[in-house]
Write a protein that binds this ligand. Structure first.
Ligand code: IMP
Length: 421
């Protein structure tokens, strides 16, 4: 395969950054195709941990061309802060991507506040309001943002509408001149990277380059196929890649689904296999399950294969990459959700109504755990038999072959079972 999508199969935080960084060793180009700095991708190599929010996970490798495509929403201030931490990198930004402005962050906070108990638990990065403006044709695209004159005219138009909205919600008014003066500086920093990335990517495909499309969040947070309304405002599925990058659908060769060996979720919304109490605290501590972007403790659950089959169906998955396997070491019995009990029925799908999903109780099988330290293994055969059985069961239940597993945070703790590129 030449062009592969890295898909989060659960509620995000599956370790996509780590898998992208690992696969990027054989890639020419890494593309972020949706979301913005709501994402948090952690890459660890040579013992050093780096957190990325908006930049593609190939950015730390100067050999790789990184692309932020048209499907993204970009916060220019956060963008400048992120690139200022780097020295030597290659980046292209789509002229059609949308800009996140300070009023989007204010609106995000205000909507969450007024939702009260129904709040989604967003990252407060303005992602929902920025995509809403894109759909309502009230967005600001990168091409306009970097055009000094047009930016000011457009901003004046937009602020007329946005300041009314902010006033109604009791949020502070935004001053045109202040905003323009500050953001013009960011626009100048962004401009050298901007181009038509669809033209660039199509040319790269003609040249037979290896391309990784790096999804942010997970399919259960997809605006269409996730647990609506507890979702983000974009689609991390493999099927969203063509639209969000400007390539033809048939040019995507396949998708690698990244899944934790268990489940986590940040923010509100149902999670049928959630574990509460001491065991959850233990897994949270060992797995360092705290948000990269917000620092919030993540909710913990058993592996849920109804979720994974849902992802396989709605996104398409060619291979699985299983991460954080080492976190389960030392737990006697490992449960795996294989179906749900919903109103006297056994079901193998996620109901559309959130209240119905909330009513689903998982049916579990139990697999024996392992006690051996697996953090240094270098092949599947070196894993304890019970770990092998756990992985084999997962593949069997999801119906997707294993290509990678990882046994620790470092790049060299990632083991390839089947080559992808
Ligand atoms: P938003 O994307 O900030 O609007 O947040 C919507 C939902 O998606 C919330 O439940 C967030 O916690 C969740 N979310 C957004 N980005 C990520 C991520 O990168 N990892 C995990 N959850 C995320």
């Amino acid at each position: 395969m030449k062009r592969i999508v890295v898909v989060g199969t659960q509620w995000g935080d599956e370790g996509k950054g780590k898998i992208t960084d690992f696969l990027a060793q054989k890639a020419d180009i890494v593309v972020r195709f949706q979301g913005g700095n709501n994402a948090g991708h952690t890459v660890v190599f040579d013992g050093i941990k780096r957190s990325l929010h908006m930049l593609p996970s190939g950015i730390l490798n100067p050999r790789i061309q990184n692309v932020m495509s048209n499907g993204m929403v970009i916060n220019p201030k956060a963008f400048v802060e992120e690139i200022d931490k780097l020295e030597n990198f290659n980046l292209k930004i789509s002229d059609r991507a949308h800009i996140v402005l300070p009023y989007h962050l204010e609106l995000d906070k205000a909507y969450e506040h007024f939702r009260g108990n129904e709040k989604i638990g967003t990252t407060h990065k303005g992602i929902g309001p920025a995509y809403t403006d894109k759909s309502s044709r009230l967005g600001l695209r990168v091409s306009t943002f970097i055009n000094e004159e047009r930016f000011k005219i457009k901003l004046a138009e937009l602020l007329k509408v946005k300041n009314q909205e902010l006033r109604k919600l009791g949020s502070p008014r935004i001053d045109l001149d202040d905003l323009y003066t500050e953001y013009l500086l960011y626009a100048k920093r962004m401009a050298p990277y901007v181009c038509d990335t669809s033209v660039y990517l199509n040319k790269a495909i003609e040249e037979n380059k290896n391309i990784l499309f790096e999804g942010a969040q997970g399919v259960l947070l997809c605006l269409d196929h996730g647990t609506y309304p507890f979702v983000t405002s974009s689609s991390p599925t493999a099927s969203s890649v063509p639209l969000n990058t400007g390539i033809a659908p048939w040019l995507v060769d396949g998708a690698i689904g990244v899944t934790k060996a268990y489940t986590t979720r940040v923010g509100a919304g149902p999670m049928p296999s959630e574990i509460l109490g001491d065991l959850a605290d233990y897994i949270r501590k060992v797995g360092n399950e705290f948000g990269t972007t917000t620092g919030r403790p993540r909710r913990i659950g058993w592996l849920d294969t109804v979720v994974l089959r849902h992802t396989k169906r709605t996104s398409g998955l060619s291979f699985l990459a299983v991460t954080l396997l080492d976190v389960l070491t030392g737990i006697d019995d490992l449960k795996i959700a294989v179906s749900y009990q919903f109103k006297d029925q056994e079901i193998d799908y996620i109901p559309a109504e959130i209240e119905d999903f909330e009513a689903c109780k998982p049916n579990y099988i139990t697999m024996p755990g392992w006690k051996e330290d697996i953090t240094l293994v270098k092949s599947f055969d070196e894993l304890p038999l019970n770990t092998q059985n756990y992985l084999n069961k997962l593949n069997e239940l999801v119906g997707v072959p294993l290509s990678i597993f990882s046994v620790g945070p470092d790049r060299n703790q990632t083991i390839m079972v089947k080559e992808i590129f």
